[in-house]
Design a protein. Structure first.
Length: 77
């Protein structure tokens, strides 16, 4: 399997695009990403390709969101 790499123009652009992907998963599985990720980390879900991609997208979402929040907090200080 060949991994595809996407380059974004800004962290905000990346956050928006990842949010859109998360929304598609949430609609498909009728489960919000936060609850999904909790179940995933507890081993309650299958480890198929789509589930792993969802988990990776959610991890990236959290990391990017945290970076943006840190930047905003440092600017506001």
């Amino acid at each position: 399997m060949k991994k595809q790499r996407t380059t974004y123009t800004s962290p905000l652009d990346a956050l928006v695009n990842i949010s859109k992907r998360l929304s598609l998963y949430e609609k498909k599985y009728n489960l919000i990403s936060e609850n999904f990720y909790y179940k995933f980390t507890k081993g309650e879900l299958e480890d198929d390709k789509e589930i792993i991609e969802w988990a990776n997208d959610y991890q990236h979402y959290i990391a990017i969101k945290s970076d943006i929040e840190r930047t905003l907090n440092s600017v506001a200080s």
